[in-house]
Ligand binder design. Structure first.
Ligand code: SF4
Ligand code: SF4
Ligand code: FES
Length: 251
């Protein structure tokens, strides 16, 4: 690896100090073997500027907290190697989410709101019996649920989504993926009409412009394009006058 000096421009703004206008701050540092954006930021914070705000927990693409805009694209800082980028790097916080300061945003409030709105729990009339055997599920269904549940709630799909950037209540790909997860779950007793209430509007599947930025930006490579198409098909079928009987499943 050729010795490179990286120039990293970082968006700075502290909402607690609104009298100081947002600005870009430039840092320089030597690139090291295996350096990620997270490692670079940590080094800057330790050696140059302890006031720099950014989030991380796992450093292993699991917690979803280090997402930011890296050279124009939403990505995970801990998964992005600097050697995949030019030596001039620009970092911004994710849009859509509330800014905490510099590169740190509050994705938790957004995801909690989305979970409540999509009622992200299995709706069942069965009473839980801790002594009963677990319900069996076929492998294909279990895999579909597992696939949807790989979402780490990083917010990259939301930040890069044109609709989410202009419509506050839009569920985005993460929300529609969540709905798909429950649609395929045989334990969930919600009717198609009830799902229509959740996702059959401009804030749900009909607000999606289908340009698939979400699919390109998802660091977990979730099949968002497939999930969006699945939910849109189901919702369109209901909207076209399909009269479901109580308890009939969509999937
Ligand atoms: S395909 Fe839909 S959800 Fe995905 S980025 Fe585009 S508008 Fe947003
Ligand atoms: S669907 Fe992908 S991009 Fe969107 S929040 Fe989940 S992991 Fe992040
Ligand atoms: S620090 Fe957890 S995903 Fe990057």
């Amino acid at each position: 690896m050729a010795d490179r000096e990286l120039t990293i421009e970082v968006f700075r703004f502290n909402p607690q100090k609104p009298e100081i206008q947002p600005y870009m701050q430039t840092y320089k540092l030597k690139e090291t073997m295996g350096m990620t954006i997270f490692i670079a930021l940590n080094q800057i914070r330790e050696e140059q500027d302890p006031s720099l705000m950014f989030d991380f927990v796992c450093r292993a693409a699991i917690c979803g907290s280090c997402a930011m805009i890296i050279n124009g694209r939403p990505r995970l800082a801990c998964k992005t190697l600097t050697n995949t980028l030019p030596n001039k790097i620009k970092l911004f916080p994710l849009p859509v989410f509330k800014l905490i300061g510099d590169l740190s945003v509050d994705t938790g409030t957004w995801f909690r709101h989305m979970s409540l709105k999509t009622e992200s729990w299995v709706h069942t009339s069965k009473t839980f019996d801790p002594k009963a055997q677990e319900d069996r599920m076929d492998n294909e269904t279990a895999n579909k649920i597992y696939e949807a549940e790989r979402c780490i709630e990083c917010g990259c799909c939301i930040a890069g989504c044109a609709t989410a950037n202009i419509r506050d209540e839009f569920l985005g790909a993460a929300g529609i993926n969540r709905v798909a997860r429950f649609m395929v779950d045989p334990r969930d007793e919600r009717t198609p009409a009830e799902y229509f209430e959740v996702v059959g509007s401009e804030e749900g599947a009909f607000g999606c412009m289908g340009l698939m930025a979400c699919d390109d930006n998802c660091p977990m490579e979730l099949p968002l394009q497939m999930q969006l198409a699945f939910v849109r098909r189901k919702i369109a079928a209901i909207g076209l006058g399909y009269k479901p009987k109580q308890g009939i499943k969509l999937a």
